[in-house]
Design a protein around this ligand. Sequence first.
Ligand code: ZN
Length: 346
Amino acid sequence: MQIIDGHNDLLFRLWQKEPAAAVSEFVDGRNVGQLDMPRMHDGGFAGGFFALFVPSNAEQAHVYQTLNPPPYAPVDLATARKAMDEQIEVFEALVADVPNDGFRHCLTAGDMKAAMRDGAIGAILHMEGCEAIGADLSGLDEFYDRGLRSLGPVWSRDNVFGHGVPFAWPSTADHGDGITEAGKALVKACNEKRIMVDLSHMNLKGFWDIARLTSAPLVATHSNVHALTASSRNLTDDQLRAIGESRGMVGLNYAIDFLQNDGSMDRNIPPERLIRHLEHMIKIAGEDSVGLGSDFDGATIPLFLDDVAGLPHLVNAMEAAGFGTALIEKICHKNWLRVLELTLGK
Ligand code: ZN
């Protein structure tokens, strides 16, 4: 089964390697991290959103070791800009140097379909937290010209555009005010340029501000169900309903933080737990608005998956739960293709 995925942190993991070393590690597959090309092909990973991300500082780079990390410090424009530029260089090296055009930069839904047809990895460039863009939106055009087609205004910290939701369990996303005037301008500019706006790290008030403002479907690329796992990063039923009503999308996140419900970081989470999250999303948002959003290379994930090569175990669990072939195809790639068409264009 071919899978389009809502979120991964491969570029962040490969950052600071020389581009040539990054390409060879990705192509050869050295069982480092959760993603490389051989394991992607084994798992049926056809493509998805590849995030650019800047950590708050070195000590805070490893986000997922605890359910309740301390708040993350803000990042300044110059630091963020440098990190984004370097990660885009890694991305461009993958596009240029992976043999046989095997890693494709996708700007539209059509590009993704072509990559799937040809057995290449299709990659949409995403920015997770927009500290690298000025409050006057300086830099946005330049990133667009380099192929950025998706962004989350905030990661889980505050910036000039709004308030990110800090990681916490048990907790909610009701933290801080709505988006700023700069945030509103950013969302409008994204609508005009057909850049997808990702709401996964947005706080509650910011989510509803954007829901009122945007002309595009609401998308949370990598978030789960708050009613099942009371993480601040998960979505309430009202949010899931709004996503469905806008013909948007929610992508199932495999991070155990957002799946567990006992306060532990135990990796022995069974596939049925992920199925329960999917079933709840389908019940509230509808079966056309649910897909996958792994968080590979950015999260601690259940043992049964282990890495991207484990994806068939999740597909098998969908079958075992009685999901029919048509529904499984929607969850695995058709819904993402539909939303890509509505946001980025054909
Ligand atoms: Zn994230």
